[in-house]
Design a protein around this ligand. Structure first.
Ligand code: FES
Length: 243
């Protein structure tokens, strides 16, 4: 990240409230303590679990999984089982908006245009194996080549923690495209307010970047067209008892 991005209106976050955001394609958590705002990467350094719902006290957030605590200002791990810090971001409030940028940077004096933290459809990214996400009907990508198959299989390792079904069979993946060693994915969530969103995005990125011939995976969340249950495969419907 090289510049500041607007991530929320101050009024969106009540004192001691929080908001899940995406910063540089990474899930992050914006936390408000009094009138101070903090942003940390929403991934525990112990075992990669989200910190999203962890309790906040004394300027630190506790991982709900195994209890590691992290200083919200520095990201430092304060207790076992975590031993590594989590990344933090600079936060500045201007007028009634909250901006997030790289640590050590200052919000430019010039007015900064508002930008959504959740990305929009890539639009001009060539679609390898699915229709554009801008259409009314977006089929789940059908693997056309061995490479497509490997990418889809990698994404099948990502399980929606609410429904316990993989994101491909749920029909959340709209398109998968490759540009040399970089993968572009457009995907959606079962609902815009899905609390598992940051976790699903992060795990999708990690699943693809584990492949030997992939350097980077860019996951874009799109909310149009919205997900509907008829996007699920028959297997997923069977698992969920939907006939
Ligand atoms: S995953 Fe956070 S403490 Fe283990």
């Amino acid at each position: 990240m090289s510049t500041f991005e607007r991530v929320a209106a101050v009024t969106e976050i009540p004192p001691n409230g929080r908001k899940s955001i995406i910063v540089d394609d990474v899930p992050a958590l914006l936390v408000r303590i009094g009138n101070d705002f903090f942003v940390v990467e929403d991934v525990c350094s112990h075992d990669g679990q989200p910190l999203t719902d962890g309790p906040v006290a004394d300027g630190a957030i506790t991982c709900p999984r195994h209890g590691a605590r992290f200083d919200l200002k520095t990201g430092n791990a304060l207790c076992m089982p975590a031993t590594r810090a989590i990344p933090t971001f600079a936060v500045q409030v201007r007028d009634s908006d909250v901006f997030v940028g790289p640590v050590g940077a200052e919000l430019p004096a010039a007015p900064v245009a508002s930008a959504p933290t959740q990305v929009s459809p890539a639009g001009d990214i060539p679609v390898v194996s699915a229709a554009s996400a801008s259409g009314d009907q977006v089929p789940t990508p059908e693997p056309g080549t061995d490479d497509d198959l490997r990418l889809i299989e990698a994404l099948k390792q990502v399980i929606d923690p609410e429904l316990m079904v993989n994101i491909v069979d749920l029909g959340l993946v709209y398109s998968v495209n490759r540009d040399d060693r970089k993968i572009y994915v457009e995907m959606t969530l079962t609902s815009p307010a899905c609390p598992a969103g940051p976790q699903i995005v992060q795990q999708s990125k990690m699943a693809l970047e584990r492949l030997r011939d992939v350097d980077e995976a860019e996951i874009k969340l799109v909310m149009s067209p919205p997900w509907t249950p008829d996007r699920m495969t028959d297997e997923a419907k069977d698992m969920l008892g939907i006939f």
